[in-house]
Structures are given as structure tokens and as C-alpha cells.
Design a protein around this ligand. Structure first.
Ligand SMILES: [Zn+2]
Length: 191
């Protein structure tokens, strides 16, 4: 059974790499990692290319601090460079078989773009992600701000409600908060 990731109609692929290791227990570079505008998708594969399941990490769960998505170059226990991504509920590490720092920088820039919808700002001197727990409040605020500004573009769907006329008991329906006039007794009331 080959697990395959299906893109949403509004989902596009930014980056993809086929020789990736994930997690702390390194075995082999057998997984596939994909970044879309909505998710970081990990397709776990066995040694023979058989699919072992898909994990999706929504990009709107990635922390943002100072307008920077929290994806950084980290170090594996063996000293090699890897990609570290900080989510609201934890941290994920991905190591690539080839490409070195250049590839990691490319992933970081694209993750930033997926999270904020903007091109990455000029890189800062500090390679550090989160200096400490005191930053968490700021991170949450920035993350929510980005999320809110994304939501703000979506029009609110009005809620349809049904009720009874308070004057005569006739059934009436409309949009919540709207004032309508009963067609039986002509009394105006808010739903
Ligand atoms: Zn009425």
C-alpha cells in the first residue's frame, strides 16, 4: 500500500527532496520531504522505497519571531548540519544527504515564505532560534499575528438561523443578527 500525499486544490509545492532523515534515530536517508504553501510533508520510506506513512506538519504551526519563521540550521549529534524547525508544540529535525548549507538555506527561505507569505528578509547575524523561554510570549504573539492576517483575507460566513415569530409564532428564517419582518403579523424582530 503506497501512501501518497494528495495536494489540496489551493496547495502548491515549493520544494521537495528525496534523501532525507527525520527524527533522532538516524538510520538512512530514505524519507522524502516536501514543502507546500500549507504543510511540511514527510513521506517515510523503507529501504526499498516502500512507503511507511505520511506525516504532515502544518506551516501555520511554525513559530514566528521578529517576522522570521523559526527554521534554522542546527547540528546533529555527529556534527553535521541539519534543518531544525520549531513548531508551537515541538521541534522537528530533518537531515539531507547532500546539498550542505546551501540546500538548508534554500529550505529555510522557502519555509519562511510559506509561513509569512513574504520573501525572506535579509539574513541576520544571529543563527540562534529561540534564546529562551522569556521569548515564548513574543513568539506566540507574532505567530498569531501572521495567522490572523492570513485569516483576515477570508470573508466571514454569515450564520443562517431559524426561529419563531415572537408575535404570532409563525416560523421564520434568516441570517443571524439580521432584522426581518414577519410575513404574517408584520412585526419586525432580530434573529
Ligand atoms: Zn408574526
Amino acid at each position: 500500500m503506497a501512501a501518497k500525499y494528495s495536494l489540496q486544490p489551493n496547495e502548491v509545492v515549493f520544494l521537495k527532496d528525496e534523501s532525507v532523515m527525520h527524527g533522532g534515530f538516524w538510520s538512512a536517508y530514505t524519507d522524502e520531504l516536501m514543502l507546500t504553501n500549507l504543510n511540511l510533508v514527510l513521506i517515510k520510506k523503507g529501504l526499498f522505497g516502500n512507503s511507511k506513512g505520511i506525516t504532515t506538519f502544518p506551516v501555520n504551526q511554525i513559530k514566528v519571531y521578529n517576522q522570521q519563521a523559526q527554521a534554522v540550521i542546527g547540528k546533529a549529534t555527529n556534527g553535521s548540519d541539519l534543518l531544525e524547525v520549531y513548531f508551537l508544540n515541538g521541534q522537528e529535525k530533518f537531515a539531507f544527504q547532500s546539498g550542505g548549507k546551501k540546500k538548508l538555506t534554500e529550505w529555510i527561505a522557502k519555509i519562511h515564505q510559506a509561513v509569512t507569505g513574504e520573501e525572506a528578509p535579509a539574513p541576520q547575524n544571529t543563527g540562534r532560534a529561540l534564546p529562551g523561554a522569556e521569548m515564548v510570549a513574543g513568539v506566540l504573539k507574532d505567530t498569531l499575528d501572521v495567522f490572523k492576517s492570513k485569516l483576515a483575507t477570508k470573508p466571514a460566513t454569515p450564520m443562517k438561523v431559524a426561529g419563531k415569530c415572537r408575535g404570532c409564532g409563525a416560523p421564520m428564517a434568516g441570517v443571524q443578527g439580521q432584522t426581518i419582518i414577519c410575513s404574517y403579523c408584520d412585526s419586525a424582530q432580530q434573529l
